[in-house]
Structures are given as C-alpha cells and as structure tokens.
Design a protein around this ligand. Structure first.
Ligand SMILES: [Zn+2]
Ligand SMILES: [Zn+2]
Length: 183
C-alpha cells in the first residue's frame, strides 16, 4: 500500500495521514467524503480524525444549524425557532455499538457528508492556528527575511554538514542527508 500526504486518486483505495496526529486513514478513490464518519475535512481541505475537531458541543450545534439553513436542501420545519434542547435532539448521532456516528434523524442522511467534509474554519485546528504544521512553519520561514538570518546561523554554528545532520537527529527530526528516493 502506498502512503502519501494528501489525496491520490489513481487507485480505488488510497491512504493519507491525519494532518494533526499522523494517523493513517484509508479512503475510497482518494475521496474523504467516502467515510465522513471517521475523517473530517475543513473548508480549506485539511483532513483529520474526529477527535481533533474544535469547539464546544453547543457551538457545533449552532454551526450545524446555520449550515442546514443555508443549504436549503433539507426541509427541517421550524429549525430557525428551535431551542438548544430541540436542536440537540435533531442532531443526535448514533455512537452505539451498531452505529458509526451517523445522525439518527434520517432527513440528515446527506448532511453528514456535507457538514463533516466542509467544516467551518473555527472547528479546524490548523485553520484556527491551534496546530501549526511543520510544513507551514517551513514555508513561512522560506518566505521571510528570517531565512537569511537562519542560513547565516547554520554556517556559523556547524563546522560540517555531518554536525548539522547530527544536531537535527538529536532533536528528533528525520533528517535525510542525501537524495530522497520516492518509490
Ligand atoms: Zn488525527
Ligand atoms: Zn483547516
């Protein structure tokens, strides 16, 4: 099985790593919406395990309500005036042994995929800067003047490339010294 970052669509089952904890997920046809119950994707295409979704239960319910109203595909009578208690009932999900986290209300069958594969930014740890990925840090670094300062620091601090590499490895970074072959 090939493991890649992000999605690939050249096989029926492909895998990707959670953007937060690196857990491996398999999806059909590179499509995270094929499993909206264990994989969540935000509006900016960050995909991660369910347990990383931010926000209180009440806030999530409020956002689901907003999304339902905007979507206009679901005819939930009186949703605008529902109390929090009623909304909690509406959005009840089945986490029992037979369930897989789907909404109990059948009218919301397609909403599951719609909402959990296009989560609002405030529920995403990356969009809300709660987690800053190494690759984002690197790209920021490369885009700023810090790049030159850091390059100077590397030259001053290490007497050889080998020293530099050893330093990174001691810090727990998987530093590859030579050419990185991809199969
Ligand atoms: Zn995860
Ligand atoms: Zn995001």
């Amino acid at each position: 099985m090939k493991i890649r970052l992000g999605f690939v669509s050249n096989s029926s089952v492909s895998s990707f790593l959670c953007a937060i904890c690196d857990k491996l997920h398999s999806v059909m046809d590179g499509d995270p919406s094929s499993d909206p119950y264990s994989i969540n994707t935000c509006k900016n295409s960050h995909s991660f395990c369910s347990e990383h979704i931010l926000g209180s239960e009440d806030r999530k319910i409020e956002l689901m309500k907003e999304a339902l109203i905007i979507s206009e595909k679901y005819n939930i009578e009186g949703i605008e005036d529902m109390s929090l208690k009623q909304l909690k009932q509406l959005f009840e999900r089945d986490f029992s042994e037979d369930g897989y986290g789907e909404f109990k209300d059948e009218r919301l069958y397609f909403f599951q995929t719609e909402f959990f594969t296009s989560l609002p930014e405030e529920l995403c740890p990356i969009c809300s800067f709660q987690t800053i990925r190494d690759r984002d840090l690197k790209e920021y670094l490369l885009a700023t003047v810090i790049k030159e300062k850091v390059a100077e620091e590397i030259k001053e601090k290490f007497s050889s490339f080998q020293d530099f590499s050893t330093f990174l490895r001691e810090k727990g970074i998987k530093h590859i010294q030579g050419t990185e072959w991809i199969y």
